[in-house]
Design a protein around this ligand. Structure first.
Ligand code: NDP
Length: 461
């Protein structure tokens, strides 16, 4: 690490010492930006980076709700509005017991660069709660969402801040949140994305993150004259992103052999087909079951339980996660942060993996990223390869403003174009800064430059 990056990081850590995920996200970006700051003294003079690591605003609030047995619970809600330099704040809401300021800040920080890469006018934000929707009835989830929105509605709006889904927040939660917003604000507008198609949502939004991730992998492979057809793919997670990443892989003739959740993973050597994928979608989205049940339905598959030490999402996890020992050509981590550590990355490369495209946000630790970059395999950081979700949210916002709905084909075509554009920008920017093939540098530098120039134009605010 350069002296500048080390000193900068030390200041960020001293200010918020208990935020390891946020430090991790900042470190990755700052290391890429050293040559940019050398080339652009005006960014250093204007303290652009110092301003960018300090979110514009954090709102943290109490979320009281009552369960079906009449017991009262109190969760913590928050929204971190990171940067509005290039557009209204935009970023998902996560409902998961691990949610804290470190996690929401790392997500909001990354979101700022990701949104910039899409080419659409969206600032960066993230929010959520330590509420766990797992095991709750629909009515309990509704009560929670209503209580959450009772506070959040003061801070969001179609031209101010437009939240979407993330882990634990899918179509059901967005529906309850939107209903409460509409009641309180007395406005039917595009305050959330990921809405139902009958009430302002966009076709292809549920598919967009997973599809976009595979489009990005396809573009990387193309640069060496390769394609997805016939490739063996290991997917982690079994939620929204994992399902549609697998879906697009199947459409393109690849062989998907795994899914996972926080209890373990299934390996299906026969390959997942359309019928099996429909089973997973119903299992996770409707029945809200566990991936282990895949083996009950398809007994030729194997289930491997994974203990908490091996599946922990901490940046310091030492134990290897056995999922990444399943041999593959392509790995698509689509579950959560830090699911690939250095040992896992080494294992993937040794096992013959030549392409990693991140569907999740920051699923690879800093040590793991170094392994991928040194081994010269294709490695796409999430802020580039999973940007299709927020890009399609941007398309949903456009459709809401124009009060019209585009067809599936139209939205998918635009999504594909955006992913091709992000790939090209990352690639050419990496080359321009002397690190060809390094999509991490490409994404960080291209994402940063647009935001930095907007901040210079807008003065010291
Ligand atoms: P979902 O809630 O739909 O699915 C999350 C999946 O990841 C589930 O299978 C879940 O298993 C698994 N998972 C969560 N935490 C862990 C853990 N600690 N260890 C192992 N597995 C875990 O979320 P999404 O699919 O929407 O999000 C997945 C990732 O993609 C996240 O990193 C998110 O930030 C990122 N992302 C999502 C976008 C979107 O449009 N939805 C956009 C861009 C990025 P379990 O059921 O056991 O919790």
């Amino acid at each position: 690490m350069s002296d500048f990056a080390a000193e900068f990081l030390a200041t960020v850590k001293a200010r918020d010492p208990h935020q390891p995920e946020f430090h991790q996200a900042v470190q990755e970006v700052v290391e890429s930006l050293v040559p940019v700051l050398e080339r652009h003294p005006e960014y250093r003079e204007a303290r652009i980076l110092e301003r960018l690591v300090e979110q514009e605003r954090i709102v943290q609030f109490r979320v009281p709700w009552m369960d079906d047995a009449g017991e009262i619970h109190v969760n913590r809600g928050m929204r971190v509005q990171f940067s509005s330099a290039i557009g209204p704040y935009k970023g998902g809401l996560r409902f998961h017991p691990s949610v804290n300021q470190s996690i929401i800040k790392f997500l909001g920080f990354e979101q700022t660069f990701k949104n910039s890469l899409t080419g659409l006018p969206m600032g960066g934000a993230k929010g959520g709660s330590d509420f766990d929707p797992k095991g709750k009835s629909d009515v309990e989830v509704m009560r929670f969402c209503q209580s959450f929105m009772s506070e959040l509605h003061r801070h969001v709006g179609a031209d101010t801040d437009v939240p979407a889904g993330d882990i634990g927040v899918g179509g059901r939660e967005i529906g309850f949140l939107f209903g409460q917003y509409k009641k309180l604000a007395n406005r039917f507008d595009g305050v959330l994305t990921g809405k139902g198609v009958n009430w302002g949502g966009s076709l292809i939004r549920p598919e967009a993150t997973g599809y976009g991730c595979v489009y990005f992998a396809q573009e990387m492979l193309k640069t060496r004259g390769e394609e997805l057809r016939g490739k063996r793919v290991v997917v982690s997670g079994s939620g929204n992103v994992a399902q549609y990443a697998a879906d697009k892989c199947l459409q393109l003739g690849a062989r998907v052999v795994t899914f996972s959740d926080s209890n373990g993973f299934v390996v299906d050597e026969d390959g997942v087909d359309a019928g099996k994928l429909d089973f997973v979608k119903k299992l996770k989205n409707v029945d809200r079951g566990r991936i282990q049940q895949y083996k009950d339905k398809y007994p030729r598959a194997r289930f491997h339980a994974v203990d908490a030490a091996a599946s922990s999402d901490s940046p310091d996890r030492a134990a290897a996660n056995p999922l990444w020992q399943v041999a593959c050509d392509i790995a698509l981590p689509c579950a959560t942060q830090n699911e690939i550590n250095e040992a896992d990355a080494n294992q993937l490369v040794r096992g013959g993996c030549t392409c990693v495209a991140e569907g999740a946000n920051m699923p690879t630790t800093l040590g793991g990223v170094r392994v991928f970059l040194q081994s010269k395999i294709f490695y796409a950081p999430g802020k580039a390869s999973n940007a299709g979700g927020v890009a399609t949210s941007g398309l949903e916002m456009s459709q809401n403003s124009m009060r019209l709905s585009w067809s599936r084909e139209e939205v998918d075509r635009r999504l594909r174009e955006i992913m091709v554009h992000i790939h090209d920008v990352c690639r050419t920017t990496a080359e321009e800064y002397g690190t060809p093939g390094n999509y991490v540098n490409g994404a960080n530098i291209a994402g940063f430059s647009k935001v930095a120039d907007a901040m210079l134009d807008q003065g010291l605010v």
